[in-house]
Design a protein around this ligand. Structure first.
Ligand SMILES: Cc1cc2nc3c(=O)[nH]c(=O)nc-3n(C[C@H](O)[C@H](O)[C@H](O)COP(=O)(O)OP(=O)(O)OC[C@H]3O[C@@H](n4cnc5c(N)ncnc54)[C@H](O)[C@@H]3O)c2cc1C
Length: 590
């Protein structure tokens, strides 16, 4: 067994070290003619925004300093900027725009900020989350934002460098990246040693990974990245099985990873989405190190950002949806300029020089006026759709993931705060349950989740296979499936539960979606887009949302001043409007 492990590892290492050893065969893909790096470059007014996409940006640790220090520019002109949506993207954009000297006001439909990474408290004070969130070690931009707002060291808990799979009957498999030598060797030995795959699958897995664009990226990063981008039009299964990958690896390992990334399986997820993450893991040792918040996203992530914004006079209007974007059109009915937005129940009209729509996919589809679809960039957004998910939280009177010591599993006495509860302190994956990823928050994020005298608080994300069921049924199914994974937990009782269903969560990262993702600047000069669905390399993630927020701010800051800048444009439009209002009606109709 060990021999075959070593053989597989040796083959993969050989392929990694010398790509000419790799079985490089032509990869059957249709080229994506969507927004690729070349076309995106052409649309950038800001060098800063340009730095955020493309091969040079992909693993650029230096971007952390930019996110941490802010834009470092004060615009000469002060713009009045409205931001629709207070998810991460909108809040990050607002931070930079306020720092550049602009007057920023935000409008959020929900009664809390954070969008898909939000949390709130129920009447009994339980913290409810929209979904389970982990931070990859290469979230340089988001870490920079957390350092800037003061929450990085205090609010994130670093986890052991292992990705753990839990199988039926309590059998654990892992990708253990802990190794004296860093990437790619640490990753290779993790795949070679994993108990999650049998010998044959391990061998075929190594062969397939050894022939992947990642190998090329080790010696020719640009070439490897270009290959990954071109794989947006085939599924991961198609790509994986082309050259030696076998179904066993997909079923026992890759499906869990695909579900954890995009809430869809390998037969549906684009190869580009999976390989993007895998590329990160292979090239940077820290990329696969996970961190989780010590408590809820509201406290650990959003409260410091809100304070930062409020200290800079950014007004955040919660429970205040944008209902209409008021705009001018040209003779063909094409929008030319945004004048303002109507917000809230009373449809109050607010005038702005610039508007940023930092919505999610359903939000942007709803808020864009029909006339905007005359532009290709907006029309393409309607091709994106979203996956439904359900987040189930279940509290127990003991420690569910403690598999070895029954006494310890039952013992909830005394102070077991600060992650001292029994069980596994990490994100967990499973292919034997409908929730592909889950964690015991009372251990991983104990801040507000550990309760004295209580045990585990399992948070599990169900994908669309389960979302049509009632909440009660989902809780029942969750407990039953946990019992299957951790047989000893049958002795424990559920003491509290909650279900949050999100009908439209991430954009569906199926094949061919990249070409529909819009850039942050739009054909309407004073209207901008942000959000994780807009184009950046980090797909639909917190880092992606952060990047889009920084990019949109850079684009606005770069365009604000000067004779043809956004401020000048706005002044000119207002003067013209005033003059046309003053023209006697009998002349204006001539
Ligand atoms: C269950 C789940 C688990 C996840 N796990 C991870 C993870 O582990 N790691 C990771 O990196 N990412 C994860 N993600 C993805 C991550 O949460 C998102 O990519 C990111 O939060 C998106 O941020 P955003 O600002 O782009 O959009 P959103 O968070 O969706 O924010 C958009 C905001 O706009 C508001 N809005 C929409 N329309 C209007 C309107 N007309 N007027 C006013 N407001 C409006 C919405 O209410 C929302 O608050 C997960 C997502 C889900 C659903």
């Amino acid at each position: 067994m060990a021999r075959l492990n070593l053989a597989a590892a040796a083959l993969a290492i050989a392929c990694y070290i010398n790509p000419s050893n790799a079985f490089v065969a032509p990869i059957q893909t249709t080229k994506t003619f969507g927004l690729n790096v070349a076309t995106a470059d052409e649309t950038f007014a800001s060098e800063g925004a340009k730095k955020q996409v493309g091969n040079d940006s992909f693993l650029n640790e230096n971007l952390m300093a930019r996110a941490q220090n802010g834009p470092g520019i004060k615009n000469k002109e002060k713009l009045k900027i409205g931001v629709i949506g207070a998810g991460l993207a909108g809040m990050v954009a607002a931070m930079d725009l306020a720092d550049a000297g602009h007057e920023v006001e935000m409008f959020e439909t929900r009664p809390f900020v954070g969008g898909k990474v939000s949390s709130w408290q129920d009447k009994e004070g339980n913290h409810i989350e929209m979904g389970l969130h982990v931070f990859f070690g290469c979230y340089y931009n988001l870490f920079g934002i957390m350092k800037r707002t003061g929450g990085f060291d205090e609010n994130l808990r670093i986890k052991q460098h292992i990705h753990t799979f839990v199988n039926e009957g309590g059998k654990l498999g892992s990708l253990d990246f802990q190794f004296p030598i860093g990437a790619p060797v640490s990753g290779l030995q993790a795949f070679a040693k994993t108990e999650q795959l049998g010998l044959e699958d391990k061998f075929h897995n190594a062969v397939r990974l050894g022939t992947s664009p990642i190998v090329r990226a080790l010696v020719d990063f640009d070439g490897g990245m270009d290959m990954v981008r071109e794989l947006d039009d085939i599924t991961f299964t198609e790509w994986f099985t082309q050259l030696g990958g076998k179904r066993g690896s997909l079923d026992r390992m890759w499906d869990a990873i695909a579900y954890a990334l995009g809430f869809i399986d390998c037969n549906n997820i684009s190869a580009r989405a999976m390989l993007t993450i895998f590329m990160l893991f292979t090239i940077r040792t820290e990329a696969s190190v996970l961190r989780m918040l010590d408590g809820s996203p509201q406290t650990g992530l959003h409260d410091p950002i809100i304070k930062y914004l409020e200290d800079r006079d950014v007004k955040i209007n919660l429970g205040t949806p944008c209902r209409e974007i008021v705009h001018d059109v040209d003779d063909e009915g094409k929008p030319t300029r945004i004048k303002g937005i109507k917000v809230g129940g009373t449809q109050e009209y607010k005038e702005f020089d610039v508007v940023v729509a930092a919505c999610d996919v359903p939000g942007i589809k709803k808020v864009l006026p029909e006339s905007f679809r005359k532009y290709d960039q907006f029309d393409k957004i309607y091709n994106l759709d979203c996956v439904p998910i359900a987040t189930v939280q279940v509290r127990f009177d003991g420690w569910v993931t403690e598999l070895h010591d029954e006494m310890r599993m039952m013992n909830v006495a005394g102070d077991q705060s600060d992650g001292r509860g029994a069980g596994i302190d990490n994100l967990l994956y499973s292919v034997d349950a409908e929730f592909s990823c889950f964690a015991d928050l009372a251990i991983t994020s104990p801040g507000e989740y550990y309760k004295e005298g209580e045990g585990s608080l399992i948070q599990a994300v169900f994908d669309e296979r389960a979302t049509s069921r009632s909440n009660d049924q989902l809780v029942k199914d969750c407990i039953e499936q946990l019992n299957k994974l951790f047989p000893s937990s049958k002795k424990l009782n559920c003491t509290w539960s909650n279900v949050v269903k999100l009908g439209q969560s991430l954009y569906r990262e199926k094949v061919g979606q990249d070409k529909f993702r819009p850039a942050q600047a739009t054909p309407i000069p004073n209207f901008f887009l942000a959000g994780s669905y807009t184009y950046q390399d980090y797909l639909d993630s917190m880092e992606g949302a952060t990047r889009s927020g920084l990019m949109v701010a850079d684009e606005i800051i770069a365009r604000a001043d000067g004779p043809n800048g956004l401020a000048a444009m706005s002044k000119k439009a207002k003067v013209e409007e005033k003059e046309s209002d003053e023209v006697p009606f009998f002349l204006s109709s001539a």
